[in-house]
Structure formats: structure tokens, C-alpha cells
Ligand binder design. Structure first.
Ligand SMILES: C[S@@+](CC[C@H](N)C(=O)[O-])C[C@H]1O[C@@H](n2cnc3c(N)ncnc32)[C@H](O)[C@@H]1O
Length: 227
């Protein structure tokens, strides 16, 4: 299943399952020391960034490639919801006339196919950035128990790529989400869309995982990048 399809399927219940993403976006907004009023949000989902911002905005341009996610995003005169793909150069060309005080992306850029290209295109806006990106140690014990390679880029690789284009500060935060049993944990992974819809485990691996997963929680590793 494509990443886009999986997020569209998760949209209706996304707000019930985005427990970690909510903590992530709150931290991201807290790291922002000024109060930018013209904002671009890449991979906006159902509006976690907008809901986390406490000051008045003049303009929010919220981008997502899932119609379903956009459907649940708050709307308003100062909110422009645009269906677009941050892997696609034409999105950035179509936004060429906009001026932003800050570009946010919360819990989304780990799905960039070519992060180097996406960062390069974002740099063209010449605006400060605030990104949170899930990195390799997310679900580390699941991958280890199942004997498969991690899905996401490691912190160093993301930082090296970001530093080519931005003068940044960074921070890595790990989050834990407790579960009473492994089945609930696997249901959460599916419903939250955090696996990006990739069927990373086959039936046999899932059964093995349900029996052998040694932790009572899921682990998430998030890299915060800002300037
Ligand atoms: C984990 S959700 C995060 C949503 C929101 N920013 C939050 O903090 O709750 C990731 C979002 O990125 C969107 N997304 C993933 N890849 C994308 C792409 N290539 N272009 C645009 N949106 C994308 C998904 O549709 C989804 O809404």
C-alpha cells in the first residue's frame, strides 16, 4: 500500500492515535522563540500544528498529499489548504510567489523520498525552518525482534543533509508509548499511519513479534531541526 493511501485510510481516526505526534508538535512550537504569522506547514495532516499554535496567524498555507487528511484540517479565511506532494518540484514552483516567516513540518519529512531534494527546494523560500523528523531508532526493538532492517534514516544522515542547506540547531528526543499487550501495539502502528503503510512484516514475522517482543512500550526517536 502506498504511503498516501495509508495516511488517507488513517485520517478519520488520526487524532485518536497521534499521541506521540501531538507531543512532538507541541515541543516543536515551544522551541520557536518568536511568533511567526505567515506559515507554511508541510505534511499538515489534520492540523496538529495549527491547533498547537497559541498566537494569531495572518496566513497558514497547509500542504498535504492526502485529501482525507485535509478534510479534517480546520479551515478559515487565513487558512489555505493545498493538496500537494513535498516530493514533487511542481508543488514548490506553484508556491514560488509566497513569502513565509517560518516553514514548519511536523512528523512528516521522514517520508521524503529524496530528502536532499526536498531540503533544497525548501531552502528556496529563504525562511527560517522548524522540522521534526522521525529517525532510525523509532520502533528499534520491533525491527530487532523481527530481524529486519530499520525503515527510517539515521540521525546523522538527516543532519548531514540538512546542514548542506541550513544553519541549524538540533535536538534528538526519544519518546515511549506504553502498551498492555503486543497486539494493541501492532494495532496502534497500523491505525496511526506511522509505518507509512509499508507492509514491513509478513504473517510469520507478526506472530513471532507478538510472542517475543520484550518491551511493554514502543520507542520513537525524533530529530528536531530549527534555526
Ligand atoms: C504522521 S502525519 C503528521 C501530520 C501532522 N503534521 C502532525 O503533526 O500530526 C504525516 C503527514 O504527512 C503527510 N505526507 C506524507 N508524505 C507526504 C508527501 N510526500 N507530501 C505531502 N504530505 C505528505 C501524510 O499524508 C500525513 O498527513
Amino acid at each position: 500500500m502506498q504511503v498516501q493511501t495509508q495516511f488517507s485510510k488513517s485520517a478519520q481516526h488520526y487524532d485518536e492515535y497521534n499521541i506521540v505526534q501531538q507531543q512532538v508538535v507541541d515541543h516543536q512550537v515551544a522551541l520557536c522563540t518568536e511568533q511567526p504569522t505567515r506559515i507554511l506547514d508541510l505534511g499538515c495532516g489534520t492540523g496538529a500544528l495549527f491547533k498547537s499554535i497559541s498566537w494569531n496567524l495572518k496566513q497558514l498555507v497547509a500542504i498535504d498529499f492526502s485529501d482525507e487528511m485535509l478534510k479534517y484540517h480546520p479551515s478559515g479565511d487565513h487558512i489555505e489548504l493545498i493538496k500537494g506532494d513535498f516530493n514533487d518540484e511542481t508543488l514548490f514552483k506553484s508556491l514560488g510567489e509566497y513569502q513565509f516567516d517560518r516553514i514548519f513540518s511536523a512528523s512528516s519529512l521522514q517520508w521524503a523520498k529524496d530528502l536532499d531534494q526536498t531540503f533544497q527546494l525548501i531552502k528556496e523560500f529563504n525562511a527560517p525552518i522548524s522540522f521534526s523528523i522521525f529517525t532510525q531508532k523509532t520502533f528499534a526493538k520491533i525491527f530487532e525482534t523481527a530481524g529486519i532492517n530499520p525503515l527510517l534514516r539515521d540521525v546523522k544522515m538527516v543532519l548531514n543533509t540538512a546542514e548542506k542547506y541550513f544553519d541549524i540547531k538540533s535536538e534528538v528526543v526519544t519518546y515511549r508509548l506504553p502498551f498492555s499487550n503486543s497486539l494493541d501495539m501492532l494495532r496502534y502502528i497500523k491505525a496511526s499511519g506511522v509505518s507509512g503503510g509499508r507492509n514491513i512484516l509478513n504473517y510469520k514475522q507478526i506472530n513471532h513479534l507478538l510472542r517475543e517482543y520484550p518491551l511493554d512500550h514502543l520507542e520513537f526517536e525524533v530529530l528536531f531541526i530549527h534555526n
